[in-house]
Write a protein that binds this ligand. Structure first.
Ligand code: ARG
Length: 263
């Protein structure tokens, strides 16, 4: 995670971002600290990236890259506003001991790539280049299933699909092209389906450790649906980050198979 010290909305690269609407950075800091505390109370270790002035979206560390098997494939952003984040992420992974490489094609990391046991789901249509799927499949030796996003509100895959555990997901069907909806129905016949209000509250931008699912408090129905499947659910407020087009999952990058930390 990266503290939201410099978080604000002063440019617009998605439909949620309206620079004329002020961001309460102090409230953003409290919401972020609460999320960090939830993870720590669940027994997880939270590692930090230093915030940098002039890079307000650096808080959305899900977009840093894809982390799997001790390897980090660092992102290449579509928008010039975020390309300045790449060296910060690259340096962090290198110093932290990950085998680090950088994507050649536009690839917005775990914003658009969701890791499951049997495959990696990839999203394109707004940000990551469909060609980035091939690079990811090669880097990690896993099958990549491409999905096409069609609603600009759900411009990253992690705004439209929540991974609940290695094989189960929740998603908002209308965010996808008809072909991709058919693919999802076939792969995940028992998936939890979110309604439009819960999806628009960024309820699917959730983080699960396989047992407890942390999601936006406003997505109460989705929380109840997920609880019915046997998960613990914790709702938390991330309303300030919604102004940047982000939520719980965007603020978090899971460090799968991290090398031992020398510190
Ligand atoms: N303002 C950021 C952007 O538009 C938000 C990123 C949200 N991250 C995510 N993983 N969906 O790039």
């Amino acid at each position: 995670m990266c503290p939201p010290t410099w978080f604000t909305v002063d440019y617009s690269i998605n439909v949620w971002m309206r620079p004329e609407i002020p961001v309460d950075t102090a409230l953003a800091v409290r919401q972020w600290e609460r999320l960090r505390d939830i993870y720590q109370d669940l027994g997880h270790t939270v590692e930090l990236l230093d915030p940098l002035p002039g890079l307000p979206d650096l808080v959305f560390t899900a977009n840093a890259g894809i982390v799997l098997g001790g390897k980090a494939l660092v992102s290449r952003f579509r928008n010039p506003e975020r390309r300045g984040e790449e060296p910060a992420f690259l340096k962090w992974f290198e110093q932290r001991g990950f085998a680090t490489l950088q994507a050649d094609s536009v690839n917005e990391g775990e914003g658009d790539f969701l890791v499951l046991d049997q495959c990696i789901l990839s999203g394109s249509g707004f940000r990551s280049d469909p060609a980035s799927g091939t690079e990811v499949a090669e880097a990690f030796g896993r099958t990549v299933v491409g999905l096409t996003l069609v609603d600009p509100r759900f411009y990253h895959l992690d705004t439209a699909i929540a991974v609940l555990d290695g094989r189960r997901i929740a998603y908002y069907p209308q965010a996808f092209s008809p072909e991709s909806r058919a693919t999802l129905r076939e792969l995940f016949p028992d998936a939890v389906l979110a309604d439009e209000d819960d999806a628009a509250a960024f309820g699917l931008n959730a983080l699960s450790d396989g047992r407890t699912v942390v999601l936006a408090k406003a997505a109460a129905r989705l929380g109840a649906q997920i609880r019915e499947r046997g998960f613990d659910v914790i709702g938390t407020d991330v309303t300030e980050f919604l102004k940047g087009g982000g939520g719980v999952k965007c603020l978090t990058l899971e460090l799968r198979d991290a090398p031992p930390n020398p510190a």
